[in-house]
Design a protein around this ligand. Structure first.
Ligand code: HEM
Length: 363
């Protein structure tokens, strides 16, 4: 790996990890664990820290690395993840007011700029869908910067992650040579999702339900047409990734169903269940599945497949089931312990990935 680039990548990854850890601490306080607050505002910074500070920075970094690899060094592409990472740092140290939201909004603007280059160089449906994801992140951050309450923008953040992942899956689905009708069905699902997001701006409840329909449609499409349906019959890493993807799609459908049924809820157990079905069940299953590919690409550290990868995945689903059941049944200890276990399992996943990476590197 280019040494100059690695000098940038490691600190950015460290900022993203700091955001993740601080966000999880804030989430645990919010779910009711009476532990030290550590920093003012950490509880309320949970959502922005984990979505924009952690995921936004990692996704921005991954795009910057990919773009620099295919079209010679493009240093400016690292500005996006740097800005969102600095925004996270601002929130972690407890700077009040607009600096954190502004830095994160500029970070998402950086990702949109990267996608303008990507779409111009490779105009295709899948790059367009990923670009729309970056745009959704920018809109969400922009509304947050303008003073909108976080619950009104979380769906835009969800849209960012869902569209980014859907675009990536569509890219791989090209290998299956899908018919025009199947591609049209994908477009309908994406259209419903986008329409739902736009409607939330003027009619939150209706928009939430429509976004839910879009998520259900997309989950069904992915369960039916994603290449994971084939690769799950293979062995080793290919099967593991497919298991992550397929189980994640089930959570996306569950999150969409809750969105459709509950409509626009601003806080509380239903909000928690719906959001974390998407963010933990869907998004983190994708992260668990892609880590053995993304970490080596971004940090240059090889990670060989190991059967222990399944442990965090299975435990994530079980602990999330406990949390969502606790949320929906009004069983507070189930929700609280489920949330704690979610965080412990993410740490377990990071620890296991680092252990396997060290062993693979030694070899
Ligand atoms: C790992 C353990 C986690 C815990 C303990 C946790 C806890 C919480 C709690 C208690 C809430 C407030 C729900 C309510 O109003 O009742 C919340 C909101 C939220 N969570 Fe999490 N969460 C976790 C993971 C995640 C992850 C992985 C993501 C995203 C990838 C995420 C994104 C969000 C967002 C966007 C909100 C809305 C924030 C707001 O309204 O201020 N959470 N979380």
């Amino acid at each position: 790996m280019n040494e100059n680039n690695s000098r940038v990548r490691f600190p950015l990854m460290a900022l993203a990890m700091l955001a993740l850890l601080a966000a999880m601490w804030g989430g645990l306080l919010r779910i009711g664990w009476q532990w030290p607050t550590l920093r003012p505002g950490l509880l309320m910074a949970h959502g922005p820290l984990i979505v924009s500070g952690f995921l936004g920075t990692v996704i921005g970094l991954e795009r910057a690395v990919a773009l620099s690899a295919s079209f010679k060094s493009q240093r400016w592409t690292y500005a996006g993840p740097l800005l969102s990472g600095l925004g996270a740092l601002t929130l972690v140290v407890g700077v009040p007011g607009w600096p954190g939201p502004l830095l994160m909004t500029l970070g998402s603007l950086g990702l949109v700029a990267v996608f303008v280059v990507i779409v111009r160089r490779q105009p295709a449906l899948f790059t367009g869908v990923m670009a729309l994801g970056a745009l959704a992140w920018l809109v969400g951050n922009g509304l947050w910067l303008a003073g909108w309450p976080v619950y009104r923008v979380t769906l835009w953040w969800a849209g960012f992650l869902i569209l980014t992942i859907a675009g990536e899956r569509l890219e791989l689905a090209r290998l299956l040579r899908l018919s025009g009708a199947i591609r049209a069905a994908f477009l309908v699902a994406i259209g419903l999702l986008l329409a739902g997001l736009l409607v939330t701006v003027v009619a939150f409840d209706l928009g939430m339900r429509l976004t839910g329909v879009g998520m259900i449609a997309l989950a069904l499409w992915l369960l039916r047409y994603d290449i994971a349906r084939h690769t799950v019959r293979k062995t080793g890493l290919a099967r593991f990734i497919a298991a992550c993807l397929l189980s994640g799609y089930v959570w996306l459908g569950a999150g969409g169903l809750m969105g459709l049924i509950f409509g626009g809820v601003p806080a509380g157990p239903r909000y928690d269940a719906m959001l974390h079905a998407i963010f933990l069940g869907f998004v983190f299953s994708m992260i668990f599945g892609h880590a053995p590919i993304i970490f080596p690409a971004v940090l240059g550290i090889p990670i060989a497949y190991h059967p222990t990868f399944y442990a965090p995945l299975i435990l994530l689903h079980l602990s999330l089931l406990l949390r969502v059941a606790g949320d929906l049944a009004g069983w507070f200890p189930g929700r609280q312990w489920g949330g704690l276990l979610n965080a412990v399992i993410i740490l377990l996943f990071l620890g296991n990935t680092a252990r396997v990476a060290r062993k693979s590197g030694d070899r």
